[in-house]
Each structure stands twice: as structure tokens, then as C-alpha cells.
Design a protein around this ligand. Structure first.
Ligand SMILES: [Zn+2]
Length: 180
């Protein structure tokens, strides 16, 4: 009896996590979409939330073009800014949300930061239809590491894909491919 009650609680908690992940991803996609009206439109946004308190620690978008820095991916920037805010290098206990599956650089950074979970929207394969990618799944990067990090997705994939198919991005992707 005790076990079945515990089991019920666990599945209820899982459902709550799924709903919360979807809600946070929708909110992140909406926030990321704001960049589409700026000089540097990007489909990549990321946010870090505390696993227990639910507090949002940091949120940032890709700024490769804005900062002329090829490592300024949304996830790397969010992790960097979050650690600066905490004045520490560990993000243990936190979850990273990102509108697109992290590339190997970003996933490695998430592992080095000790994040508990990474939740992504669109897949690397999705993004690869629009721009160049390094085609190594985030789950594979995590599996080959000594760190434990749960990689979950895609979550709200269709919504996150609309960031890539937006007319403002069409021109931006063309510019990116010319510069590379
Ligand atoms: Zn990346």
C-alpha cells in the first residue's frame, strides 16, 4: 500500500514536472521571439531555474553576432551569467531550458557547470535545416561524460520551430551562411 501511494505521488510529480517544463519552454520561446524584432534576430534562447524553489536565476539569448564571439551561444551565456551572479562555478540543483538542443560546446558547458537537468525545445536536426550544426546529440555528450545530467526533450518543439521559420530569421540565416 505504501509503495503504491509512493508510486502515485511519483507519477503525479512527474506530470507536474512535464507541465512546468512545457510552461517554462513556452515562456522562453515567447521571450526569445522578442529578438526577432531587433537588429540581431536569433532563435536561440536559454533560461536557468532552481529545481526546488522554481526561481529563475538567469535568461539570455545567443549573442554571437552582437558580441562577435563564436562561443556566445545562448546556453553558454546563460551559464556564464548565472555563475557570475552566484559567484560560484557550480549550478548543481538547477535546470537549464533552451529553445534548441544544446550543441556539443553548450552541452559540455552544462556538464562542467554541474546542472541537474537540461530541457530543450527543437532538436539539433531541426536547427540543421536552417543553419550549420555539429551533429552530435546532447544525450551522447552527456553519456560520454563523468557527470550526471538528465537531458530531456524535445519539449514544445513545434513552437520552438516557429522561431526558426520566422520571416525575420530567413534573412539572418542567409547572412550567417555568407559570413561563415
Ligand atoms: Zn551551442
Amino acid at each position: 500500500m505504501l509503495f503504491s501511494t509512493m508510486g502515485l505521488k511519483t507519477s503525479k510529480e512527474k506530470l507536474q514536472t512535464v507541465a512546468l517544463d512545457a510552461e517554462r519552454m513556452r515562456s522562453l520561446a515567447t521571450w526569445t521571439a522578442r529578438s526577432l524584432e531587433t537588429e540581431h534576430p536569433v532563435p536561440f534562447g536559454a533560461a536557468i531555474f532552481h529545481g526546488q524553489t522554481g526561481e529563475r536565476l538567469m535568461r539570455a539569448a545567443n549573442a554571437v553576432g552582437k558580441e562577435n564571439d563564436p562561443s556566445s551561444h545562448a546556453e553558454v551565456r546563460t551559464i556564464r551569467l548565472a555563475c557570475k551572479k552566484l559567484k560560484g562555478f557550480s549550478l548543481k540543483g538547477y535546470t537549464l531550458y533552451t529553445t534548441c538542443e544544446p550543441c556539443p560546446m553548450c552541452m559540455a558547458n552544462a556538464l562542467w557547470a554541474g546542472l541537474d537537468r537540461v530541457v530543450y525545445g527543437a532538436t539539433i536536426e531541426d536547427a540543421n535545416q536552417f543553419c550549420r550544426q555539429i551533429r552530435i546529440p546532447a544525450t551522447e555528450v552527456a553519456a560520454r561524460s563523468d557527470m550526471t545530467c538528465s537531458v530531456e526533450g524535445p519539449v514544445e518543439r513545434e513552437l520552438c520551430l516557429t522561431l526558426f521559420t520566422h520571416p525575420k530569421m530567413k534573412k539572418a540565416f542567409r547572412t550567417w551562411s555568407k559570413q561563415r
